[in-house]
Design a protein around this ligand. Sequence first.
Ligand code: SF4
Length: 328
Amino acid sequence: MNAPARALHDTPRSDWTHAEIAALFALPFPELMFRAATVHRAHFDPTQVQISTLISIKTGGCPEDCSYCTQSVSNPTGLKATKLMQVEQVLAEARAAREAGASRFCMGAAWRNPKDKDLDAVCAMVEGVKALGMESCVTLGMLTGPQAVRLKQAGLDYYNHNLDTSPEYYRHVITTRSYQDRLDTLEHVREAGIAVCCGGIVGMGESEQDRIGLIHALATLPVHPESVPINALVGEDTRAVESSEKLDPLDFVRTIAVARIAMPKSMVRLSAGRQEMSEETQALCFLAGANSIFYGPKLLTTPNPLADSDRLLFRKLGLTPMALPCES
Ligand code: SF4
């Protein structure tokens, strides 16, 4: 068996120590990039990038106090709260996303947790997205075990619920739910047999220790998340933006590279903040092992590069979108 084939059969480690993750962050940049790119090649075709589209199916008015989020009522951004979108309207967006090359359609609702009656409509959306041959993902806040089972029965592939930051820095970011609440939701999702999308946000004023803590928390979950979105803080008028200095792009690339090494089989996604990144920074992120992006003009309420500029960047870098699940 050659090295890449052998690597595919290895079970990823969930016993990373904090010191091991810290040692990866401390590597000289060229060495870190080399190791991350080597791990990436052992598990994936490095020229292929999975494309997801994310829409907000219920915007604003969220009672949680996430300091980075424009949808929180505790961030006075003037964002108008909306009702849950109609199922047909959501499916029209899914069809358009599919035509633009997206293989996964993600739907986000700004809730602390969904009410059981809201789940009827969300389950119909999931069924409709699946009927289009796309993967489905939702992010609805905290879930109970029975709610996770209901979503699984509707055919849901992925549930997004981020850890956001390190356990130590968490209280500076959100106070209305605990780290353990998040871990509990992730456990309900896993137990229901839904794949996990879970990552965090960097650039919220956290230290490198906290970025180490975030990757350590993700990489020591009992099973690694199948998708690991790494976001760079954006969003005008939020408390987090007002109190944080801009993150050095190379620190962002380092975080991507360490995530790739620590979670070798996960899809590492360049998420919020791409709009403000240069092409060079994005290219470094792909070299560091990022292999998934969001496509489309908006991520919930945050601007995102237009599909045309993404196509141009893909052409320049020789990258191609991964096939739809029904085509692979
Ligand atoms: S991140 Fe989610 S839970 Fe937090 S305020 Fe925004 S919509 Fe609500």
